[in-house]
Design a protein around this ligand. Structure first.
Ligand SMILES: Cc1cc2nc3c(=O)[nH]c(=O)nc-3n(C[C@H](O)[C@H](O)[C@H](O)COP(=O)(O)OP(=O)(O)OC[C@H]3O[C@@H](n4cnc5c(N)ncnc54)[C@H](O)[C@@H]3O)c2cc1C
Length: 465
């Protein structure tokens, strides 16, 4: 068994640490934020995770990984007030045709991000084989750079050096590690980086009845120049967010609660979600980058002794809610690759992990990027008052699926397979019968129950302080 240093005690870092420790590895986790989870997770100060207060849903794929690997995390989340519910059956019964055999694959356990992360952290804190050192900032890699490919042997953190067989970068979307690798003198990692240009305006509410509303076509609905996200959370609390283009100056007033409230009430299906007590102001996040890096370039590692997982490997616009699921699957892949290859052959380890990532996760990353780029272009076209046109047949199929899912229970399930990260669009649409059924709904995007762009802008302008 090996010594492993995991950088970052976020959702992915802790999940990775748990899976590796349970496989017998000796794991140390280094986390810059000093505070362990307090008794009230909502009081937790997590400066290292900018999106800590924003809406999060843990998809069916995340629940499935946890149920298979770390059921105690799900138990801890439920004990902390997390809700067991079903992503498909958040839709109205008319759209789902009621419960059917197999629908349990869409089960989820929901919770606000601090509540979910505190549940994972509580299990990790008491697990054997893991040392979590908080208040420790990693600032450099230790490496043997004498060979053709630099080999990472550990890290430097707060003036001390920590050696290990493998270093796992789980430092999240702003991880500096690829830059440190570039400075080791070998070939640079492959890196892509772009600001996707979305902004989130989010609030949480507590339903007076204690019963979380349901009944939208899906948790994420698209309306002209904005999308609306409605998510159950924990302890009777739910969240509602509007996502828009960060360049959309006319909607910037949405950061004001009165303005946000007036705007969201224009969406018929969303309004019932507001008949509740707000428990937050409007949390805003922009500057959300799409970042992706690879340590195997043109088939050859540029570094060994180091792998990146979760957001440190790739992160995108989060409106599809895939980040935690991607991180959990990545943790499983690393555990399996380490079990198969160990750490003695450093080159094989890095290659095998890159192969596993490319096979299992890259298709989800690619489909998320395609969605993001089309949706942002569609929003920009709506703002300019033009219909969005593209030659990409994939976008036409995806738009048709969203329309079909609102009226055809079979397609609601297909849509939730993709939305729940249980299948990629490529896997689903390789079935010609499914594609044929979806294309019966082809046409302009279905926009129901929302304001026109003019009404939305006028409402924001009229209530802006
Ligand atoms: C607005 C928004 C909404 C989102 N909604 C969803 C959603 O609904 N569902 C979903 O699954 N995902 C969602 N995501 C994505 C999700 O938040 C991320 O995928 C997830 O946080 C990734 O976890 P991670 O552990 O890889 O990284 P992080 O959570 O970013 O953790 C990185 C850790 O590294 C620590 N760190 C940083 N630098 C150092 C250093 N030098 N030394 C030591 N420690 C350091 C940080 O303090 C932090 O604890 C959303 C993201 C955003 C931006």
């Amino acid at each position: 068994m090996s010594t492993v240093t995991v950088l970052g005690a976020g959702l992915t870092g802790l999940t990775t640490a748990l899976l590796l420790a349970r496989d017998g590895h000796d794991v140390t986790v280094l986390e810059r934020d000093p505070a362990p989870p307090p008794a009230d997770p909502l009081a937790w100060q997590r400066r290292g995770v900018a999106q800590f207060r924003l809406l999060h849903i843990m998809l069916p794929r995340w629940r499935a990984v946890m149920a298979a690997e770390l059921p105690d995390v799900l138990d801890a989340l439920v004990a902390a007030g997390g809700m067991r519910t079903n992503l498909l059956h958040l839709r109205p019964p008319a759209a789902t045709g009621g419960r059917r055999e197999g629908d349990e694959r869409f089960d989820v356990v929901t919770g606000r991000r601090p509540v979910v992360e505190a549940a994972v952290a509580a299990i990790a804190e008491r697990a054997g084989g893991i040392r979590i050192l908080r208040g420790v900032a990693v600032d450099a890699l230790l490496a043997d750079a004498s060979g053709a490919v630099p080999h990472v042997t550990g890290v430097r953190a707060g003036g001390r050096e920590l050696a290990s067989d493998v270093v796992v970068d789980a430092l999240g979307r702003r991880s500096p590690v690829a830059g440190w690798v570039g400075a080791l003198g070998g070939r640079p990692p492959a890196r892509e980086r772009a600001d996707l240009g979305f902004v989130y305006y989010a609030r949480h509410f507590r339903a007076a009845s204690g019963v979380t509303p349901t009944g939208l076509d899906a948790a994420l609905t698209h309306h002209d120049s904005v999308s609306v996200l409605t998510l159950p959370a924990d302890n009777g609390v739910h969240g509602v967010a509007i996502t828009a283009s960060a360049r959309d100056r006319e909607l910037r007033g949405l950061r004001d609660p009165a303005c946000w409230d007036a705007a969201i009430r224009l969406f018929d299906a969303t309004a019932p979600w507001l008949d509740s007590e707000p428990v937050t102001g409007v949390d805003v996040m922009a500057g959300i980058e799409d970042r992706h890096q690879e340590y195997v370039v043109d088939g050859t590692p540029v570094v060994t002794g180091l792998v990146a997982v979760g957001d440190a490997w790739a992160c995108t616009n989060p409106s599809l809610g895939r980040g935690a699921s991607m991180g959990a699957v990545h943790a499983q892949l690393l555990r399996d690759v380490l079990a198969a290859h160990g750490t003695d052959d450093a080159d094989t380890l890095v290659r095998a992990f890159a192969d596993a990532t490319a096979t299992t996760l890259t298709p989800y990353l690619d489909s998320t990027l395609v969605f993001d780029r089309h949706r942002l272009a569609e929003i920009e076209a709506e703002i300019a008052g033009m219909p969005y046109r593209t030659d990409d047949r994939g976008w036409a199929v995806s738009t048709a699926l969203a329309a079909g899912a609102a009226v055809d229970p079979e397609l609601a399930r297909v849509h939730t397979m993709i939305g729940g990260m249980l299948a990629t669009p490529g896997e689903v649409f390789s079935d010609a019968a499914v594609t044929g059924r979806v294309l019966e709904h082809a046409g302009p995007p279905r926009r129901v129950g929302g304001p026109t762009r003019e009404e939305l802008v006028a409402t924001v302008a009229g209530t802006r302080v």
